[in-house]
Design a protein around this ligand. Structure first.
Ligand SMILES: C[S@@+](CC[C@H](N)C(=O)[O-])C[C@H]1O[C@@H](n2cnc3c(N)ncnc32)[C@H](O)[C@@H]1O
Length: 222
């Protein structure tokens, strides 16, 4: 029975109003999962990042052990912890998290669909590794800087505007409940979002985007 018919049946206008409002609220908080993304957001699911063919030859020649960040981390520890996940990648049917409207200012965000223990891999940040990123709202830094034939630097990002996964919807917080962990794996930098504390069902997930991101944008200090 519909909400309207149910309240007519009870004969209570007030009850109808509150049920309609409740239904509307539920509609606003509609949950979207990764397999909904192509239909509702026009975003193609990517299990792992792909490389822009224009930069692929240079990226294949590049040795990531020469990147400054490589020597700053315990590489083997990161590979031991996360290599298995990177080998397999995420999966489109993952229902541990969902996308829903967070606020009018922040737009959509990612929420826990179940209790998520600390130190769980939420997702790899997937997208297209490219030097073309006219809009950086959905682009994470890719650590390697390539050099073209003139020895000019080519900066790269992982762009998830049109292709990616749930990670592209995670909002920024000053006190995030997920860490961003860059893992050098098989000569590519791979970026993981990992919970840094336990996260309750329906709690919003967040990461720290870095201060540069906000030099040209207005952030909510949450
Ligand atoms: C990677 S997207 C996150 C998903 C986005 N909210 C959406 O609806 O698709 C990054 C954008 O989300 C918004 N955003 C994320 N965190 C925010 C914050 N703490 N304050 C204000 N806007 C935020 C900004 O518009 C930012 O450029």
């Amino acid at each position: 029975m519909s909400v309207e018919n149910y309240s007519k049946y009870l004969g209570v206008e007030y009850f109808q109003d509150s049920l309609v409002n409740l239904a509307k609220k539920k509609e606003e908080r509609r949950k979207y999962f990764q397999d909904d993304f192509p239909k509702y957001f026009g975003v193609e699911y990517l299990q792992q990042s792909i490389v822009d063919p224009d930069v692929l030859p240079l990226l294949e020649k590049h040795d990531i052990t020469q990147d400054p960040q490589y020597s700053q981390i315990n590489v083997q520890r990161r590979i031991d912890l996360h290599g298995h996940y990177l080998e397999r990648g995420g999966f489109p049917e993952d229902r541990r998290v969902y996308v829903a409207l967070s606020s009018p200012e922040m737009g959509f965000g990612v929420f826990a669909n179940v209790y998520i223990p600390a130190w769980s891999i939420i997702a790899e940040y997937t997208g297209i590794i490219t030097n073309k990123f006219p809009n950086t709202d959905y682009a994470w830094i890719y650590y390697s800087t390539l050099k073209d034939s003139n020895a000019d630097e080519i900066k790269l990002k992982v762009d998830s505007r049109a292709k990616g996964n749930i990670a592209r919807f995670v909002n920024h917080s000053e006190n995030p409940n997920c860490d961003v962990v860059h893992v050098p794996y098989k000569n590519r930098w791979r970026t993981l979002y990992i919970s840094n504390k336990s996260i309750l069902q329906d709690e919003e997930l967040s990461v720290y985007y870095g201060s540069n991101y906000w030099s040209t944008r207005t952030k909510i200090n949450n």
